[in-house]
Design a protein around this ligand. Structure first.
Ligand code: G3P
Ligand code: CA
Length: 267
């Protein structure tokens, strides 16, 4: 892989558009990703779910109930059934100030459709969601990435990052596609704490960690950096929080507002 672009350098701060620019458009739709690109987010964040017929789609929840006009588990829908759903009206109803008639027409995209739409221009930060319930998720993800040439040797390191709360899933990626960088997601109730030994263990299979932002302390951020890990907190939407975390030394962050983050970064 080409190291030139060095997306994973700790000095290269990463603006990760959480579910796309989901502060402005229905999350995980091509429109939300398009806005993220326009706002010059560095990465499109994609949560994966798997349909009944084994297709990977971009959706946060394991049901279609919150973000479409239907109800039920994703795993009970075929992809053609999912494609027929309206993935935008809920957003218009919840955000009258941001509503657009065109959002009503938006569809739930498959991973392939996203990669076809954004090609090699975009960088992708992809989460395997509940891989324990979808044991073929990593295999299918790697098949799709390979088919779209994103596992080729000339793809810059970090163009695709894989994130998961599941260590098992990250280890599977490490074993099957070692060149794909991995981020260990984590959620702390209260203050983030890990021992140096635990951080060293994570370093064996991941380039960094993705903790919930509300758990962070300056000491923890510095400890993770000292362990040689990147640290990308989620989800940071207020400028004051962005500034504080940047000051503490995080190396990127997930935000629904990539434009705000770029303003804070002076980009
Ligand atoms: O992937 C980082 C962050 O998005 C994890 O939380 O629930 O928004 O996927 P969630
Ligand atoms: Ca996510």
């Amino acid at each position: 892989n080409k190291p030139e672009e060095d997306l994973l350098s700790p000095d290269r701060f990463l603006n990760i558009a959480h579910r796309g620019a989901s502060g402005y458009a229905p999350e995980h739709t091509l429109k939300a990703y398009e806005i993220a690109e326009k706002m010059q987010g560095d990465y499109i964040e994609i949560d994966l779910q798997m349909t009944k017929d084994g297709k990977l789609i971009a959706m946060h929840d394991d049901t279609v109930s919150r973000t479409t006009n239907s109800k039920g588990k994703v795993s009970d829908f075929s992809f053609s059934e999912v494609e027929a759903l309206d993935a935008g009206t809920w957003f218009n109803e919840e955000n009258p100030g941001l509503a657009q008639p065109a959002f009503n027409q938006l569809e739930v995209p498959s991973l392939e459709q996203i990669l076809d739409a954004f090609g090699t221009n975009a960088n992708y930060y992809i989460e395997t969601k509940k891989p324990e319930e979808n044991p073929t998720m990593v295999d299918e993800l790697l098949t799709v990435l390979k088919r779209r040439d994103l596992l080729d040797a000339d793809v810059p390191t970090g163009k695709v990052i894989i994130q998961s709360f599941s260590k098992k899933s990250l280890l599977e990626v490490q074993q099957k596609a070692p060149s794909l960088p991995r981020i260990q997601l984590m959620k702390f109730n209260g203050k983030a704490t890990l021992t140096d030994k635990e951080l060293a263990n994570i370093k064996q299979y991941a380039v960094g960690i993705g903790p919930n932002a509300s758990s962070l302390t300056k000491a923890f951020v510095q400890q993770a950096r000292k362990a040689g890990l990147l640290i990308h907190p989620y989800t940071v939407n207020e400028k004051a929080d962005m500034k504080r975390l940047i000051d503490w030394g995080v190396t990127g962050m997930f935000t629904n507002y990539p434009d705000r983050l770029n303003e804070v970064l002076g980009r």
